[in-house]
Write a protein that binds this ligand. Structure first.
Ligand code: AMP
Ligand code: MG
Length: 402
């Protein structure tokens, strides 16, 4: 099979994406979820004409001559509005957020008054209608306030709450099964033998999946064994996506591809013209999408960022194009071969906002410390010519939470 380009691989994966079903969640649990149906205002906000200040509700006509002496005949407080009607020559003590009493048309702020027993002396007159919020000033009943495909944040939730929307229709989180293959792997925390290492892919990918807004089905470590791998694939069939790591090449102990095929998964491709991450497999079986990621931890995470994240997002109704940024190189880079390269690099922001990047000298795809210390990935397209210090190159930032 010929090596597939990154963009072709991405297009083929995304073409298989299906929206997840819609579910209802309580507003309090909706943070970070992707809205599936618009949030519609159930009432006007404010629902009544309200005072914007602490002061006195009056009839503006009564302020023709200053100072004006008005009889205070009641109080309108937030949550306890004045029930009667304001008559000429009278005033109602009013507080911020309280309904404007019938008959009143203006609020005088208390700073411009003096009080003598039950008389308020108005010293300065505002224009008619001042210090009042019209009914529906913020929004009116029936208005669409938050649109589908919004990732709900604090401001969306505040707005929904003020519209009295307590139940929110969101996309169900895709369930992503994760297992790591390798006889050399033990879980972090358990004592490895001399020839073993701790599995970092499982924990890293489970975290990555959550950061994309999906749910994890953690299937742990699977031995390099056909039956064990097939058993794990079977457990993953209730998921929407399965991601595996390791065993994806054609080494003596690489069983993932064979196990997938024997489990009925149709393999679309298993090699990509990229570095890190050449052995990357994609297949489907009914509603399950399978991403066979490389074992090397850096390659696994780069592939997850490039392919898994957009797949999850599309299933959630989001279409966020991957937008590379530009940055200035601080050193020369040689011409590239046929594989699209993603170089781990440190990223520097100058005071004027200009970005510069310095690829790390060591780019081995097993080096997680370099990956962690990187501020971005420098993209080197296939057959890109040599570039010099000072040239602009495209970079990819790591997603939030990655
Ligand atoms: P493989 O694709 O299985 O040949 O693995 C490639 C390299 O990645 C090997 O050096 C493995 O030891 C390493 N590797 C595979 N899986 C993991 C994992 N879960 N955590 C850390 N390293 C891994
Ligand atoms: Mg292996």
């Amino acid at each position: 099979m010929a090596l597939l380009s990154v963009s072709e691989a991405m297009a083929r994966i995304l073409a298989t994406a299906r929206l997840t079903p819609i579910e209802t969640v309580a507003l309090a649990n909706s943070w970070g979820r992707i809205l599936a149906k618009p949030i519609v205002a159930r009432r006007d906000q404010p629902p009544f004409v309200a005072s914007a200040m602490d002061g006195y509700a009056v009839q503006h006509e009564d302020l023709a001559q200053l100072p004006a002496r008005l009889q205070v005949v009641g109080v309108s407080a937030a949550g306890r509005g004045f029930k009667g009607t304001l008559k000429a020559g009278n005033a109602i003590r009013i507080l911020t957020g309280a309904p404007l009493p019938r008959g009143a048309d203006t609020v005088v702020i208390q700073e411009n008054t003096e009080v003598e027993n039950d008389i308020v002396v108005v010293l300065e007159s505002p224009s008619q209608g001042r210090n009042i919020r019209a009914q529906g000033l913020d929004f009116e009943r029936g208005a669409e306030l938050v649109y589908p495909a919004t990732r709900l944040g604090a401001r969306d939730i505040g707005l929904a709450a003020s519209a009295n929307a307590a139940l929110i229709r969101v996309r169900k989180k895709p369930l992503v099964a994760v297992f790591s293959t390798g006889d050399e792997l033990v879980m972090p925390g358990s004592p490895p033998q001399a020839d073993q290492i701790t599995s970092s892919n499982g924990p890293a990918l489970c975290a990555f999946v959550r950061s994309c807004g999906a749910e994890v089905l953690d299937l742990g470590i699977i031995r390099d064994d056909l039956r064990a791998t097939m058993a794990a694939i079977k457990k993953a069939k209730r998921a929407d996506i399965l991601i595996t790591t390791g065993g994806a090449s054609v080494g003596d102990h690489d069983y993932v591809q064979e196990a997938l095929k024997k489990s009925g998964v149709k393999i679309y491709f298993w090699k990509i013209a990229m570095r890190p991450g050449k052995p990357f497999m994609f297949g489907t079986q009914a509603r399950l999408r399978v991403l066979g990621l490389p074992g090397n931890p850096v390659a696994a995470l780069v592939c997850a960022q490039l392919f898994l994240k957009p797949l999850i997002e599309k299933m959630l109704g989001l279409e966020l194009p991957v937008q590379p940024l530009l940055a200035r190189l601080t050193l020369d880079l040689p011409a590239n071969d046929q594989r699209q390269d993603y170089l781990r690099a440190s990223l520097h922001h100058a005071a004027d906002g200009a970005r510069s990047v310095t690829p790390f000298p060591k780019q081995d795809s097993s080096m997680q410390r370099v990956m962690r210390d990187a501020g971005c990935l420098v993209i080197r397209p296939p057959f890109a010519p040599e570039v010099k210090a000072g040239d602009l190159v495209e970079i990819l930032l790591f997603p939030e939470g990655a």
